[in-house]
Write a protein that binds this ligand. Structure first.
Ligand SMILES: Cc1cc2nc3c(=O)[nH]c(=O)nc-3n(C[C@H](O)[C@H](O)[C@H](O)COP(=O)(O)O)c2cc1C
Length: 339
């Protein structure tokens, strides 16, 4: 496995069962860093003090044009937290979580106090899905997702002020594809936006342990050399947008995850729930492709809010069946650990 993908090769047997607390906390963080983040910026750092692990926002990796409020940054921290706690439950640790322990202006998004005494699990058993989960941008098979699986996904999401609206009608999917097309049009006309996104697209052969290699979009090694150019250029990126909208209309289901409030804490909670949902889908062999674009544009978000049952749509999901896609790179724990 190439170095940039090595983080995915984490093995249960390598957990430092007999190591000290620091080594064990590091062992848990190896699962946290596999969390998703838009466009794989991995906007996080960690500190370990005694038995306390802090998740710290790395604002040097935030996206002022694409994500001006840091909404997706906080969501990705929620995803981190889910992976960390799932690993803790799996390896028999108890924990106590505080979100935003230093208040709204602090850089710490969460602190987790671990104990060696296992407590009853608060999550479903999704630990083994962490290394399998991935975003899948392929064309999905047309076959519908079974009702039983859709129900499981809704049951996982519809709680604590969150709602997953799953759309399977052709009319509804076309409406979402139209929203996505309009979002692309607005954003791709914005040069700063295109430049920022393009700066995270990498050639397939790049050694970078962050960002999106061209293969994530189905580009060959040769095409991937121009991936950044493609995303930075209006005409080319608009052709990428038309592929995405066509795939959306063709997919068996599209879903909106929404909630009732909008603040930093809600975004972290969105991430916690979203990662649980993503891992549940992985367990069911259902693939997810994610779209933040329409949510970043207030008028389009308001249109989505009329379709979703709750007021604040947080993520648009295309779902269906496809062969697994390749993982994206990750920075190892050692590179994101601060004193
Ligand atoms: C909050 C959030 C928003 C995202 N938005 C998008 C998006 O708009 N478009 C996209 O292609 N991927 C989006 N993604 C997926 C990320 O690009 C993906 O998680 C990242 O590249 C890591 O890849 P992985 O999920 O396969 O591990 C989003 C992910 C998160 C957590």
């Amino acid at each position: 496995m190439s170095d940039k993908l090595a983080a995915w090769n984490v093995q249960e047997a390598d957990f430092p069962f007999t190591g000290n607390m620091f080594e064990q906390m590091k062992g848990l963080l190896r699962y946290a860093v596999l969390a998703p983040s838009g466009p794989n910026t991995q906007p996080w750092k960690f500190s370990i003090k005694g038995n306390e692990v802090s998740l710290i926002a790395d604002f040097s990796r935030s996206l002022p044009s694409v994500d001006p409020t840091d909404r997706t940054l906080y969501i990705s921290h929620g995803c981190l937290l889910t992976n960390l706690l799932l690993a803790a439950e799996h390896f028999g640790f108890g924990y106590d979580v505080k979100c935003l322990p230093d208040g709204l202006s602090g850089e710490r998004t969460a602190s987790v106090l671990f104990s060696k005494k296992a407590a009853p699990p608060r999550f479903p058993d999704l630990f083994h899905e962490i290394t399998k989960r991935h975003t899948n941008r392929k064309r999905f098979e047309k076959r519908p997702i079974e009702d039983e699986k859709l129900k499981k996904l809704k049951d996982c999401a519809n709680k604590d002020g969150f709602m997953l609206d799953i759309i399977t009608s052709n009319e509804g999917k076309a409406q979402m594809a139209d929203l996505l097309a309009r979002a692309h049009k607005v954003q791709l006309a914005n040069k700063a936006f295109r430049k920022e996104l393009a700066s995270w697209i990498r050639p397939n052969t790049s050694d970078a342990k962050d960002g999106l290699p061209g293969y994530s979009f189905g580009y060959s090694d040769f095409e991937s050399y121009f991936g950044s150019f493609i995303f930075g250029t209006f005409d080319m990126s608009s052709s990428r947008a038309s592929i995405e909208t066509a795939y959306m209309k063709d997919s068996p289901a599209v879903a909106i995850l929404s909630c009732e409030s909008e603040d930093k804490l809600t975004w972290i909670k969105t991430g916690v729930l979203f990662e649980t949902l993503f891992l549940t889908a992985t367990q069911l062999d259902v693939r997810f492709d994610l779209f933040s674009q329409p949510i970043a544009i207030p008028e389009l978000r308001a249109e989505m809010a009329k379709i979703s049952r709750y007021k604040f749509p947080q993520i648009l999901i295309r779902m269906g069946y496809a062969e697994p896609a390749m993982h994206t790179p990750r920075r190892p724990v050692e590179e994101v650990l601060v004193a």
